[in-house]
Design a binder for this molecule. Structure first.
Ligand code: C2G
Length: 131
């Protein structure tokens, strides 16, 4: 069974995220998502609309996601890759090169982002509609 691992905040969940998750899953048989906890998002300087549990529930409802684990810190990736016997680590290419240190432990793949959608853009558009 080929195991794939990726990480993210996934708030607000949108089709760019879904594109990434579906492409990641298509690379193997089992997709694990390290979901940033609310505390870790504060460290990332990200304010989430949905709580960790609400974001976890949404990801777990996706057919392409097999397991959601907590992402509590930047440093857990190597131990996660070892613990879950991950074959391939996948991230969007906005992270290109940032996780190449994982190449000693598994395949590392950066996939093209979905260019036209982002949570920042969604919040901006909603703000404009309100005014
Ligand atoms: N993504 C994408 N296309 C978009 C937006 C996001 O492909 N239009 C991808 C990102 O490249 C990332 C994943 O979707 O691989 C999740 O994006 P975020 O929730 O923004 O994740 P981020 O806050 O970048 O956290 O340790 C890694 C971090 O937890 C990543």
């Amino acid at each position: 069974m080929k195991k794939i691992l990726t990480y993210g905040t996934y708030d607000l969940l949108h089709y760019g995220h879904i594109n990434l998750l579906q492409r990641a899953k298509a690379m193997g048989d089992y997709l694990i998502v390290g979901l940033s906890t609310d505390e870790f998002n504060s460290m990332k300087g990200k304010k989430c609309y949905f709580s960790y549990n609400e974001r976890k529930k949404m990801l777990e409802a996706l057919r392409c996601v097999d397991l959601v684990i907590e992402e509590n810190c930047w440093e857990q990736k190597i131990s996660d890759v070892k613990e879950f016997k991950v074959d391939t680590f996948v991230m969007g290419d906005d992270w290109k090169g940032k996780f190449d240190f994982l190449k000693d432990y598994c395949e590392v793949v950066y996939l093209p982002r979905t260019p036209e959608i982002s949570t920042t853009q969604i919040k901006k558009d909603l703000g404009e509609k309100k005014n």
